[in-house]
Design a binder for this molecule. Structure first.
Ligand code: NCD
Ligand code: ZN
Length: 352
């Protein structure tokens, strides 16, 4: 008999569920099925949809779809856009947090001007967090805004040595900044691009081995959360002439991190901080009573065919990890067991 490890329901604060407008890549039902299969019971969905989540009417409609479809708990990010910046406060009742994209990535959401940044920091309610996609020197812009307006900034998917070291310096000065890292930036590096081509292309791009070493070294202090940046695109899209950046991550994150635990690169208690305790505290997310994840510690090879995500592939295909999610119990109900999603659409809760 293999050992069974019990964990609290895990939280992913960075997921792309593609509703509205990208439902051929993922939808609320398939994305939350993938979350459950990965031991994740609460997720925050990103606003770079089509249309993006920058207007209250779009948010209301998206929440209504979510209420009907989700298998685990889901909250939405509002998106900052210069065109609709005067409407920003009206998005807050429907969103858990605000996302600002400072750098290029999939979709058109971007903030590149100071007046829009000032408006975000002056008009978004202080009790709701501001998260940023910031790379390289944009991290310094975010730290400057956190200091100027004396309010917290959370940095998404930090991937480079220079960025994590800058954030460590800011934290040492007592500035209110936090950050997340993704499993793909911890478990892959630029050399995987040679093997996987565009299947290993995402924003931020994969780091050098030195960047990866810096992320691991800071995992024990500077890094606050582990987040998947689950960004599904179809294989046909990834193999096209104009491939979009992004890879799936909901189903592989926990098992990769648990593998690191068995290799003594991380403790189980730190894993729970990174995937449960800290995300809950940062985003002020509700408790999920009677909720737990059971993992069977048996060597398991990740395979594209096992995926619940609509995209149907993972950059970790063929990798052997230390365990597999056996059972997920959400509010007392078995939601997932031995490869079967048992939760019914609508049994997840919408968080606002
Ligand atoms: C994300 C996507 O596909 O929406 N892609 C990615 O490479 N990470 C966008 C993002 O998170 O930057
Ligand atoms: Zn993302």
């Amino acid at each position: 008999m293999s050992e069974i490890i019990a964990l609290p329901g895990l939280i992913d604060v960075h997921t792309h569920l593609r509703v509205p407008g990208g439902e051929h890549k993922e939808d609320f039902r398939t994305g939350t099925a993938a979350a459950l299969a990965g031991g994740i019971t609460q997720i925050l969905a990103m606003p770079n949809t089509s249309p993006p989540l920058t207007l209250p009417e779009v948010m209301v409609e998206t929440l209504a779809t979510a209420r009907h479809d989700v298998l685990c708990d889901v909250g939405l990010f509002a998106g900052a856009s210069p065109a609709h910046i005067d409407r920003l406060p009206t998005l807050a009742p429907y969103a858990v947090a605000l996302k600002i994209y400072l750098n290029d990535t999939f979709g058109k959401l971007r903030v590149e001007d100071v007046p829009t940044l000032r408006a975000c920091f002056q008009t978004w309610p202080r009790e709701k967090l501001i998260a940023m996609h910031a790379e390289k020197q944009s991290v310094a812009v975010g730290i400057g805004l956190a200091a100027t307006y004396e309010r917290s900034v959370h940095f998404c998917h930090i991937s480079r040595r220079e960025e994590i070291e800058l954030i460590a310096d800011a934290k040492m000065r007592g500035l209110p900044v936090t950050c997340e890292v993704t499993p793909h930036h911890l478990f892959m590096d630029v050399t995987d691009r040679e093997r996987l081509g565009m299947l290993a292309d995402m924003r931020p791009v994969l780091g050098t081995p030195d960047d990866v070493a810096a992320l691991w070294a800071h995992l024990h202090d500077t890094v606050d959360c582990l987040a998947t940046d689950h960004a599904p695109h179809t294989l046909a899209e990834k193999q096209s002439d104009n491939p979009p950046p992004g890879v799936a991550g909901l189903e592989t994150s926990l098992v990769l991190l648990l593998t690191a635990v068995t290799e003594n690169r991380l403790t189980l208690s730190r894993l729970i901080d990174l995937m449960h305790t800290n995300p809950r505290r940062l985003y002020n997310l509700p408790e999920q009573p009677d909720t737990r994840v059971e993992v069977e510690m048996t060597p398991t090879t990740i395979r594209n065919e096992m995926t619940q995500s609509k995209c149907g592939w993972t950059p970790f295909h063929g990798r052997t990890v230390a365990g597999r999610v056996k059972r997920v119990i959400l509010r007392g109900q078995v939601a997932y067991e031995d490869g079967m999603v048992l939760a019914q659409p609508g049994t997840g809760m919408v968080i606002v």
